[in-house]
Design a protein. Sequence first.
Length: 318
Amino acid sequence: MRHFLDFEKPLAELEGKIEELRRTTDAGGIDVAEEVGRLSDKAEKLLSATYAKLTPWQKTQVARHPDRPKCLDYVHALIEGFTPLAGDRAFADDAAVVGGMGRFRGRAVMVLGTEKGADTESRVRHNFGMARPEGYRKARRLMELAGRFGLPVLSFVDTAGAFPGIEAEARGQAEAIARSIEACLDAPVPVVSTIIGEGGSGGAIALAAADRVLMLEHSIYSVISPEGCASILWRDAAQASTAADALKLTAQDLSRLALIDAVVAEPLGGAHRNAAAAIGAVGDKVAECLEPLLALDSGTLKARRREKFLEMGRHGVA
């Protein structure tokens, strides 16, 4: 059963009528093909109009849609012979961060990502994509391994942020995130990151300090969640919509600010309506961005990456 967001209620009613008419036909009733066709055209126009003018808060809802393809969906569709690697070699394995080796369009790569899970059981197992220190230390270990063997790094980010629990702080959450960012910046191989859903704070940057940062059209990337921002500024999480406007967290905002490198178009109605098309579009864009980076030596890669992020700071000051 399709899950509709609050702003999609008119669309839900229309698609409900279409489904009801189709059941009438299936049950041997009158031929309603013409009416179904008319309503389907109306639904498509309504869908197009709705998604052409989404507010930042509505885009936040789309980015969090439960049916939106997750990190492992991208990995299984785009990476051949994926072999997962586990553990940080210091404390434990964190299922919120997944990683391993495989082949992307014939080329050996290292893959990293944050996995939210697709149902209750997997969401609990992956801690809703919120990594603990051992997750970021695993990411760092795999990036260093990639550098040792000359494997480009592809990352797929979808997290509300790093896990804020006391035990995570006690084990050095901030240091682990900082070291993971450092590993991204210091990688002697190409790094291409894609924000496929939520890109929350340092928990996202830890896997996205890359040569090329891509965002899906309806994904978000911000220093804090809209609810968190609203709670701090207005002491009222109900102001999340206002906070979302102020945070400039949409792919379109971040592209205008030159904080990301490209926006990947989603199928009409969002990636959750056609996961295969969305994943295919991401694969094509990743391949396009990766190809010119492969021709650069490690020194040039690191120097350009460093300059890229320094320039963001200069832009912000200006």
